[in-house]
Design a protein around this ligand. Structure first.
Ligand code: NDP
Ligand code: GDR
Length: 343
């Protein structure tokens, strides 16, 4: 039975990846950091089938011990500070987690278990102020946030350990991918949660930032399959993964509101608070290398994804007796009255 170690197993991608690996017959070990309150909501249904180990991206010793104790065949490094706006508020911490955290895991692999195969969760945010469209593996990086800069470091240190030490290490440059398990502050989930609240009469308006930003949005469940495929190749290589289609935030909003028969113009308010110090205007993937060499293709289209997320939020918020926690605020600001509460 192959064994995989997944960092960030409590996150959106970690939960889908754990499901995929279990279905393929893997023994799955999920790495979590110690907190006073467990954040196992996304993996509750898997807890009897995966092993949980504690370690932190900030702590070299804990990572080395986990590698030594578990000796996995594959390591998926999904853990990171992954929210772009927070990276301006906490740039140093973002660098520690999202950049140096990668080196710490690679060092643990080099020292105690160099035959493992390593996947690094790189990001289309590395393309930032894009040099060409669509973006492919050879497109130069121009990150536009401390998060993007940290991911560029994580990408190159992965390439460097592959070239320096012969470790099977790959970087998956994944474009935005979403799901009903997406964190509430990311724009897709913020929109679908607000649409459901407004439809149910619990909120009146939704405050957003830049409606003109365009993203290549796919379904997280499809993307974890690409991660796995990257680690099954005869030689380690880096791949761009996306749908090859882009949509604006405005189109996202229009689609989500119309799915429940509402006119978005009556509810959406643009609020400068949500504009970023530097924006990534347009992302569009050229996933042809992944399609050709990995046999990968996205299965869920944009319309289907938005409908799936709105329906899931409606169901969640309509469940009888369900306690719905207030959204967590990450930008140090309070929600104005009547807003959906999410950022
Ligand atoms: P999430 O934010 O949902 O999950 C992040 C995970 O990292 C959580 O499990 C979190 O644990 C864990 N984590 C954070 N800090 C630490 C730490 N110091 N030590 C150990 N674990 C830590 O992210 P996603 O699932 O959406 O993304 C997965 C990865 O892919 C991330 O690296 C992200 O940057 C990258 N990525 C994501 C894309 C997307 O569109 N989703 C696109 C491209 C790249 P906890 O539950 O305790 O907070
Ligand atoms: P992104 O995702 O920054 O692309 O990073 P996010 O959903 O946060 O933003 C996408 C675009 O929407 C615009 N936007 C808003 N965004 C948020 N969060 N809230 C708003 O109110 C709002 N209004 C407009 C943003 O300006 C932006 O242009 C995600 C993360 O998962 C990263 O970890 C990952 O690496 C990249 O995707 C690929």
């Amino acid at each position: 039975m192959p064994r995989a170690l997944v960092t960030g197993v409590t996150g959106q991608d970690g939960s889908y990846l754990a499901e995929l690996l279990l279905a393929k017959g893997y023994e799955v070990i999920g790495m979590v950091r110690r907190t006073s309150h467990h954040s196992y909501e996304r993996i509750e249904h898997l807890l009897d089938r995966i092993e949980i180990v504690a370690a932190d991206l900030l702590d070299q010793h804990s990572l080395t011990v986990v590698l030594q104790d578990t000796r996995p065949d594959e390591v998926y490094n999904l853990a990171a500070q992954s929210y772009v706006p927070t990276s301006w508020n906490q740039p140093v911490l973002t660098g520690e987690f999202t950049a140096l955290g990668v080196t710490r895991i690679l060092e643990a692999i080099r020292l105690v278990h160099p035959t493992t195969r390593f996947y690094q969760a790189s990001s289309s945010e590395m393309f930032g102020k894009v040099n060409e469209t669509p973006q492919r593996e050879t497109t130069p990086f121009y990150p536009r946030s401390p998060y993007g800069v940290a991911k560029v470091y994580g990408h190159w240190i992965t390439v460097n350990y592959r070239e320096s030490y012969g470790i099977y290490a790959v970087s998956g440059i994944l474009f935005n991918h979403e799901s009903p398990r997406r964190g509430i502050e990311f724009v897709t989930r913020k929109v679908t949660d607000a649409v459901a609240r407004i439809k149910l009469g619990r909120a009146k308006e939704l405050r957003l930032g830049n409606l003109d930003a365009e993203r290549d949005w796919g379904f997280a469940g499809d993307y974890v399959d690409a991660m796995w495929r990257m680690l099954q190749q005869p030689t380690p290589q880096d791949y761009v993964v996306g749908t090859g289609q882009t949509h604006s935030v405005r189109q996202l909003v229009e689609l989500a509101f119309s799915h429940v028969g509402l006119d978005w113009r009556r509810h959406v308010v643009t609020d400068p608070k949500y504009f970023r110090p530097a924006e990534v205007d347009l992302l569009l993937a050229d996933p042809s290398k992944a399609c050709r060499e990995l046999g990968w293709e996205p299965k869920v289209g944009f319309g289907e994804l938005v409908a799936m997320m709105v329906d899931a939020d409606l169901e969640r918020l309509s469940a009888p007796g369900r306690q719905v926690p207030a959204a967590v605020h990450h930008e140090g600001t309070k929600s104005p009255p009547n807003s959906s509460g999410a950022e």
